[in-house]
Ligand binder design. Sequence first.
Ligand SMILES: Nc1ncnc2c1ncn2[C@@H]1O[C@H](COP(=O)(O)OP(=O)(O)O)[C@@H](O)[C@H]1O
Ligand SMILES: [Mg+2]
Length: 740
Amino acid sequence: MRIDKIRLSGFTTYKQEAELDLAALGPGIIAVAGPNGSGKTTLLEAIPGAIYRQTPSRGSVASIATARDAKIELVGENGAPFTVRLDVDAHNGRQEAVAIDGAGEPLAGPKVKDYDRFVAEHFPSPEVYLASFFASQTGVGSVLKMSRSDRRALFGKLLGIERLENMAEEARFRARAVEADMAASRAALDAIRDGAEDVATLEAEYKEAKEREAAAAGAARQAGEKLKEATAARDRLVEEAKEYERASLTAREARAKANSAKADLAGLEAKVAAIAPILERGPEIRAAAARIQALEAELEKARALGEEKAAEHTVLQAEATRAARAYEQANFAHKEADRALRDAEARVGEAEVRIRSAKKATAGVPCAGLLDDEKRSGCPALVGHFKTEEAARKEIVELNDTLIPMASEAFKATSDKKLAAEKEVVAANAKLNAVGGELGEYRLKYRKAQEELSGLKAKDESAKLARAEAEMAGHRLVIDAARKTYETAQAEADRLWSALGAPPDLGAPSEARAALAAAQVAHEAALLDVQDEAGRVVRLDEQLKRARDAQAKAAALAAKLAPMETELAEWRWLGRGLGREGVQALELDAAGPRVSGLANELLADAYGSRFQIRFETQAAKADGKGVKETFDVVVVDTERGREGNGEDLSGGEKVIVGEALGLAVGLFHAQAAGVSLGTVIRDETVGALDPENGEKYLAMLRAFLRVGRVHQLLYVAHNPALVDMADAVVRVEDGRIEVR
Ligand SMILES: Nc1ncnc2c1ncn2[C@@H]1O[C@H](COP(=O)(O)OP(=O)(O)O)[C@@H](O)[C@H]1O
Ligand SMILES: [Mg+2]
């Protein structure tokens, strides 16, 4: 795995964004320098921190975040170009991470679960990464400092032994399954053998049962025949009884029909008898009816004559009225004339009175006697009297000459007319009275005839007679037919009754029934026998089937068990072979010398042939019985002729031997996995080296770069000599990164 660029912000000292462009530095050894606490470790641990979200020395990457938008971006190559970006919120620890390919296409994230899955599939495991690419002063991942079992586990991982262990486990699982299957099959076989019935015995029993079933079936057939016969005998008798029943019913019905016809006839005869009296009175009723007709004609005539007389009477009445009115007028005129005559005569009298009073007045005047006529006429006192006298005289003359003669004439004329009118009235009234008398007579006669007619009509029975005659005509039509019907029905009933004969014997059917019941009982018993026998046959058949089945199953199980033994042996062999003590141990045994060989090669560049490293993969058990799997490191100091676990080496020697082993593990990983190591990190692993050992260490690093074809090795060192020996220097100060 190669890292080309690191960019980070929001972690420990990196308040602003800082970037380290490793690609620009070229291959070789790069020293990372700077004061304590300036951020060197933070920078280097950002690499596994971004990939695994865990730092080698400070736990979760979130624990060193200091800002809400802390970020790390790595650009590099791990088989293929990649970029990973991690965002951390320092307040709540929330994280998002993405992986992107060389073309900028997203590969995983932003959910950390998805991202972690991607990392687990495409990057080395964290243990392998720490052992192969990363070492620090804390000793995390250091092979020398590890416990035996951790070391063994690490080598297992480096070799991919986990896969072998999985296969071994699978083989062991298969073996257990075959074992369980065999045990179950054996148990089943034993159970079958214990419980199985003997096929031959069952076959004999079955044959016998079959024969008994056939015999029972024969008996049942015979009982069935008998039942059929008894049924037929009973049915015959029942049929005869039914036949008699039907014939007697027909005869009874015929008799009922005859009786009903007789009743119909009697009814008709009663009706005829009921209307006979009115029919006998027929001539009498008809004569009365004829009289009604004659009376009606008379009345009609009388009514016409009456109307004529009434009309005549009306005319005469009008004439009498007219005559009376004419008389009234004549009388009135006569009275007028009488009054006019008397008026005229009265006026004459009045005029004479006036003359006398005028004469008297004249005589009263003193001068009247003295004066002649002429003078007197000129006397004003007399003139008025003279004039009055003159006028009265004139009026009298006039009345006597004209008015009175005229009035007298009129009086005479009206008197004549009155007399004539009076005569006419008398004549008209006489005529009217004569006709009125005749009319009265007519009316009297008419009323009497009417009274007679209504009396006759009230008693008239001609309608009743007509109805009776019509009814009688109807009865005459049907009565003969009814009589004939009755006679025919009576004859048929007599015939049927005489043909019916004697009733059948009532005892015979009950005997037949008893016989039938007995036959039924016998038949049912025979059928039950058949059922019993058939049931036995079925049961035996099933038993036989089960027994044959068990036989077959036992044979099949026995056949199945034979190859299982071989299969079990094979799975057991595989389980052991692939297990810890088999191929795994062989692989680990082989890995030991390879790693130690690589470490020794690196050490040779530093110390020549002085130090030799060896792995012990087996050790004698404490009780002296056999050996156990182990993974101990043995350091041999050829100069001093000592060997041990490295505890007695000097500080500098321990660092270099430990580093040789760590670097060799990296090389072994690169070889085993077929990858190049790319970017390797050493954070203050060499703090305690004196200048001499420093040089040795650097010589060993250069050998490592050469042997492992490592692109860059980054190491943190405070020792200025070591810094100067590097190919490039990166300076970190208070969260800023500079390259020199
Ligand atoms: N979890 C943390 N949160 C904040 N600051 C931290 C944390 N851990 C360490 N530091 C500080 O970050 C600074 C940088 O530490 P580090 O990267 O280890 O420095 P260096 O390796 O250069 O000595 C130090 O001052 C250290 O105290
Ligand atoms: Mg540090």
